[in-house]
Design a protein around this ligand. Structure first.
Ligand SMILES: NC(=O)c1ccc[n+]([C@@H]2O[C@H](COP(=O)([O-])OP(=O)(O)OC[C@H]3O[C@@H](n4cnc5c(N)ncnc54)[C@H](OP(=O)(O)O)[C@@H]3O)[C@@H](O)[C@H]2O)c1
Length: 336
């Protein structure tokens, strides 16, 4: 199997990623900036390497011998450029789990046409996580044989959201700004402009929910990169927003042996062309834990050549979307 460097390895999401790598027979090599936290988080027998983003030599040592690096250290504005450059020096694939729209925009903008990535034959796949990959894959399946859609909507329902420190820091950096895609343009809407509200009829167990529009999810960026539509709408139900505005200092609470919280998610995507609508949806447990099978499934497919694109890519671009989704441990998956 493969050697996979995990940066930011003692974070909440990274621990699920490491466990997933081990369960699939990979050899994770854990790195992060704090030696003590790194040692404490490492499962028995797993190698650790201290590294910081402002010391390129330490990053080179952290990635030495690895086939791929997964960057889990967020907020990502500080970490993504340094790790992508280190992956380029090492000639290995780079994946991250950022949920930050503005960072994702910067990564695709800065590296999208980077000749070094093409020459190295590596994949740079930011946003290979619950937000950013799942909606993109569902939308790509829903499009099916359509080459264009009048609009694509993604609606996310969560029954709760106890955020991690990384999520809260990322939210503070976003400061209410929202990335939207309309009239075929990605634009950043300032915090002062109020977000629209609407209602969305979800499947069970959520039903009709009041939702906030212009939800600044990275799916808006990934979907609009490769599916032909003038508009992507993104909605989130209001329940989790209350948790985000009054978060528990303890973060997500484990409710099973794997460390997953009880959080339930449902992601629905609707693509519309004239009077026709096609839908796809996926339901599961714990958006942080669920990021691990997404990013590790991506690693497996990239390393075994089960890809249909290279360079700087989204999940929907690079993978067979239906096959990828069917490999994930959802409680319910509807690809009608
Ligand atoms: N797109 C998605 O669906 C999705 C899913 C899961 C997570 N995420 C995002 O991924 C990020 C991490 O999430 P998490 O849940 O794992 O948060 P977390 O538990 O707070 O972990 C964050 C990790 O990043 C490290 N880190 C932060 N800044 C760093 C820097 N400049 N240099 C080195 N390490 C740094 C932290 O180390 P220190 O303790 O040393 O600061 C910690 O290990 C968050 O931004 C979160 O929003 C997105």
């Amino acid at each position: 199997m493969s050697v996979v460097a995990v940066f930011g390895a003692y974070g909440h999401t990274a621990r699920f990623v490491t466990a997933e790598l081990l369960s699939r027979g990979h050899t994770p090599v854990l790195s992060g900036r704090d030696a003590a936290k790194l040692e404490f988080a490492a499962p028995p027998g797993v190698e650790t390497r201290v590294a910081t983003v402002d010391d390129p030599d330490s990053l080179d040592r952290a990635l030495a011998g690895a086939d791929v690096v997964i960057n889990c250290a967020g907020p990502f504005a500080e970490t993504a450029p340094a790790l992508i450059e280190a992956a380029l020096r090492a000639g290995i694939h780079y994946l991250d789990v950022t949920g930050e729209t503005i960072v994702a925009l910067d990564t695709f903008g800065t590296y999208g046409d980077d000749q070094r990535i093409k020459d190295a034959g590596i994949v740079v796949a930011p946003v290979m996580a619950f937000y950013g990959a799942l909606g993109d894959l569902l939308a790509t399946v829903a499009m099916g044989d359509w080459t264009t859609a009048d609009d694509i909507s993604i609606a996310v329902a969560l029954d709760s959201w106890q955020p991690t420190r990384g999520t809260l820091l990322a939210g503070a950096r976003r400061a209410g700004r929202r990335v939207v895609f309309r009239d075929r343009q990605l634009e950043v809407v300032p915090a002062e402009e109020p977000a629209p509200h609407a209602s969305w009829t979800f499947g069970a167990p959520f039903g009709v929910q009041e939702v906030v529009g212009q939800f600044s999810t990275t799916d808006v960026i990934t979907i609009s990169r490769h599916l032909d539509t003038p508009q992507v709408n993104a909605y989130l139900n209001l329940t989790p927003l209350k948790d985000l505005s009054d978060p528990s200092p303890d973060g997500p609470q484990a409710t099973d042996a794997s460390g997953r919280s009880a959080q339930v998610f449902l992601v629905e995507v609707a693509v519309r062309r004239g009077d026709e609508e096609r839908r796809a949806s996926a339901q599961g447990q714990d958006i942080y834990a669920f990021t691990a099978p997404i990013v590790v499934e991506a690693v497996d497919r990239i390393l075994s050549g089960r890809t249909r694109a290279g360079g700087v890519v989204t999940a929907g671009e690079i993978f067979d979307p239906e096959d990828f989704l069917r490999a994930l441990p959802f409680d319910n998956l509807s690809l009608s």
